[in-house]
Design a protein around this ligand. Structure first.
Ligand SMILES: C[S@@+](CC[C@H](N)C(=O)[O-])C[C@H]1O[C@@H](n2cnc3c(N)ncnc32)[C@H](O)[C@@H]1O
Length: 260
């Protein structure tokens, strides 16, 4: 007697479940930046990585935008009186330009959203801080990756398992937050639950600090090889548990104006 199961079609293997994902439920980063600039009555705004100018467009104050490849497809000026656009990498910008000379004062709020690779954001941070004062704010984008696979150093969306968010790419810029926590305990680091991949608000800045500059290569040697494992991912989220955006833009706003 023949085996009746021999002709049965092979079962279709179940698709592998996508890797676990965290949820961020706050406002979008653009709404948050707009609120911060308004609540802080920001004197000026610097954005590294501008692309189409969607976020620059909502800034009401004098603004500098830096991007090696603008794809401006709207009016980026909005209600502001002054907008300076520099089509170059941020490294070139900080090498050749002093934003204090352009603004006539220190940088008040900066949003760092250029190349999503660790050492680039590290340089963008240390270069920006030099032109800030203690009450300035630096916002780091994409430092709360909601899954591990989006932290790859090169965006290969075709290889991603969680197809629904395969277009999201944070790279490994999360390492900058760990570096700041390790080497700059003087900074105030506040993770915020903005969508899609968080915002890290860095305050109590010290433009005279040279720690990151002095130890740059040592930092790279230690952090470049690091990759997020599930355990490290959980530990990172535990250390950087985000607070609600309205705790910054609502009740917490007085600290944004603190003066010595
Ligand atoms: C995610 S997009 C910026 C989006 C924009 N901040 C917004 O909110 O609409 C990243 C941008 O970084 C720019 N970029 C890439 N490398 C850069 C670099 N070395 N310096 C500055 N910007 C860079 C890219 O050209 C791209 O336009």
């Amino acid at each position: 007697m023949s085996d009746p199961s021999a002709d049965a079609p092979a079962p279709i293997p179940a698709a592998a479940p996508p890797p676990p994902r965290k949820a961020l439920i706050g406002p979008t980063y653009r709404q948050f930046i707009s609120e911060v600039l308004t609540k802080k009555a920001a004197r000026n705004y610097l954005e590294v990585g501008v692309r189409a100018g969607e976020t620059v467009a909502v800034a009401p104050c004098p603004t500098i935008g830096v991007d090696p490849n603008f794809v401006i497809d709207r009016n980026p000026v909005g209600s502001k009186r002054v907008l300076h656009l520099y089509q170059m990498t941020s490294d070139e910008f900080f090498r050749d330009h002093d934003p204090r000379a352009i603004f006539g004062g220190t940088v008040d709020v900066a949003f760092l959203d250029g190349l999503h690779v660790f050492e680039y954001l590290l340089r963008d941070f240390l270069n920006t801080e030099r032109f800030c004062d203690r009450n300035s704010l630096i916002l780091l984008d994409d430092c709360l990756p909601v899954n591990i696979e989006m932290t790859e150093r090169e965006h290969r969306r075709e290889l991603r398992q969680d197809k629904a968010i395969a277009g999201w790419w944070t790279g490994d810029v999360w390492k900058v937050v760990s570096v700041l926590r390790e080497l700059r305990p003087d900074l105030r680091i506040t993770p915020v639950d903005v969508r899609p991949t968080g915002s890290i608000m860095v305050s109590n800045l010290d433009p005279s600090s040279t720690v990151l500059y002095d130890r740059y290569f040592e930092i790279l040697d230690k952090y470049l090889p690091l990759q997020l494992t599930p355990e490290l991912f959980e530990a990172y989220w535990k250390t950087n548990r985000p607070i609600q955006a309205d705790a910054i833009t609502g009740y917490f706003n007085l600290s944004l104006f603190a003066r010595p």
